[in-house]
Design a protein around this ligand. Structure first.
Ligand code: ADP
Ligand code: GLC
Length: 487
């Protein structure tokens, strides 16, 4: 049994902007189920506190660089017995808006201070200096918001080993040198072999340089980030760490209780691979919800996403426009929010094809389940995708994913080529080039196969039978913890 402190800026259902939150809940739960003593540290956001009862103040800590002491509140993660510590600094976290930005979408001006605080608190607990009487073997950090922790721990003796997981290299936590000074960090960190990155301070580099082990959320993404195309200038450093044996990819799992068509309380009619015909009732309900014609033969395409360039939403809109223009029998339902331009592009598409396209701009957990259950295919044409969870949810729901062949999408979706279908392994559709024409061709392949119900049904069954639960991946993390503690 290992003691693991898991640090994250988002944990479902307390705060979520994307897959990081899902993983930061479901991985600790899976580790706990495998007998590990895992405890989570996250900020006590206003919205998170509103979710929780029975909070107990278990420590009050004073951190370098901050005037006031902060409390650590303890509870358990909802529906589990995983210990959850919330870092209660009202000045930093008690506000409306998201974890990184205000209600208008502007980044909080004090993000560096907010997440340096999280990192410093994680270090204090990791060194057993917070008065919690608990000494972890491993500090497991996630994304740039926790990147300073491995850097601050590196020089300490008697410290736990550090794991830093990259969920998305595109967000690096870059701030000016002035901010670095204001954070009262050791001067020695301001160098190329430290946090400095082309004249800026990089929180991400704290993890990449100083963590004892780096992981990312799929094997393919681990290779991709070592290349110019996906590395954002960090590919040299990452290749070096790969050669050292200090970088690897472990595919995320999914919470197979929350995402289970057989138990899903959000959907109209529950189903399994044995009762897959019941999926049709969810399709009708979804068409009704979006006021689209209730036609069984239309290929119903679902899309749920942060609306950002990463996700290839522009490609989706352009390719759909082409497919709709020539009158193919397809429908599209979208749920998402993000960049104003992409929201607008979806609205325009809906205005042009009101009986073909339905959109909901916003965040809606229930609707996301209904789309997974009701759609025939799930569209995810990401330019890059470290892992991606929605394609795995889709597979579990027999909703065949259409994806670009990259990152975790490449590791989970097997294209419906003749060869793969004959081998009985095809579970979706994929394309290589991040271009409208490539996606359009792939959509047309899906339309053509949808007209052949027996083939379609057999692909649905292949998709639904694959095990994407955390079982294998949790074991891979436990082996990794074991390996680095003994190294
Ligand atoms: P990313 O973390 O890059 O956004 P993932 O596929 O890993 O991508 O995870 C996205 C998660 O966020 C999924 O659980 C997905 O269902 C959820 N999600 C994204 N947008 C919305 C939305 N508008 N409403 C509800 N859930 C959403
Ligand atoms: C990031 C990535 C996504 C991944 C998620 C959880 O948000 O964009 O691909 O699934 O983290 O690891």
């Amino acid at each position: 049994m290992r003691k693991i402190l898991f640090a994250s800026s988002e944990v479902h259902p307390l705060m979520k902007t994307g897959g990081l939150a899902d993983v930061s809940a479901s991985l600790p739960i899976a580790l706990r189920e495998h007998g590990q003593d895992v405890r989570i540290i996250m900020p006590a956001y206003r919205q998170s506190l509103q979710h929780l009862e029975q909070l107990e103040t278990v420590a009050t800590i004073k951190l370098d660089g901050y005037h006031s002491a902060v409390d650590i509140l303890q509870t358990t993660l909802p529906d589990s017995d995983v210990v959850l510590w919330l870092l209660d600094s009202p000045h930093h976290y008690d506000r409306d808006g998201g974890p990184y930005s205000d209600p208008t979408g502007q980044d909080w001006a004090d993000n560096a201070a907010r997440f340096a605080l999280l990192s410093r608190a994680a270090v204090k607990i990791a060194l057993n200096e917070a008065g919690l009487d608990w000494q972890p073997d491993i500090l497991h950090c996630n994304d740039w918001q926790t990147g300073l922790a491995p850097a601050l721990l590196a020089t300490r003796k008697q410290r736990p080993q550090t794991v830093f997981t990259i969920h998305n290299l595109a967000y690096q936590g870059l701030f000016s040198e002035d901010v670095f000074q204001a954070l009262d960090l050791p001067d020695s960190l301001w160098q190329m072999e430290g946090l400095e990155f082309y004249g800026m301070m990089s929180f991400m580099k704290g993890g990449l340089i100083f963590a004892d082990q780096i992981t990312t959320v799929s094997p393919t993404y681990a290779r991709e980030i070592c290349t110019h195309e996906f590395g954002y200038g960090l590919e040299g450093l990452l290749s070096y760490r790969l050669q050292q044996g200090r970088l690897s990819g472990i595919l995320n799992g999914i919470d197979s209780h929350i995402w289970d068509p057989q138990q899903d309380a959000f959907i109209t009619k529950k189903y399994s691979s044995k009762t897959v015909r019941n999926k049709a009732l969810n399709k009708t309900a979804l068409q009704q919800h979006f006021l689209l014609p209730e036609n069984k033969d239309s290929l119903l395409i679902g899309l749920i996403s942060r609306l950002v360039s990463q996700k290839g939403i522009d490609l989706a809109v352009e390719a759909m426009e082409r497919v709709l223009k020539v009158g193919h029998d397809v429908q599209l339902v979208c749920l998402g929010s993000g960049e104003a331009e992409l929201e607008q592009a979806l609205r325009v598409l809906r205005a042009r094809y009101p009986d073909r396209v339905g959109i909901t701009i916003g965040y809606d957990e229930a609707l996301s389940h209904q789309i997974e259950a009701g759609a025939d295919v799930f569209l995810m044409p990401s330019r890059f995708e470290p892992c991606g969870l929605n394609q795995m949810y889709s597979l579990r729901y027999g909703t065949l994913p259409i994806v670009r062949n990259t990152g975790g999408l490449a590791d989970t979706v097997v294209d419906a080529s003749d060869e793969n279908r004959k081998a009985g392994i095809a579970n979706g559709f994929s394309f290589d080039e991040p271009a409208t024409a490539a996606l359009e061709q792939t959509l047309l392949r899906a339309v053509a196969l949808f007209a052949r119900p027996r083939i379609w049904r057999s692909m649905m069954l292949v998709a639904m039978q694959h095990d994407f639960s955390w079982e294998n991946s949790a074991i891979a993390y436990i082996e990794l913890y074991h390996h680095i503690v003994n190294r």
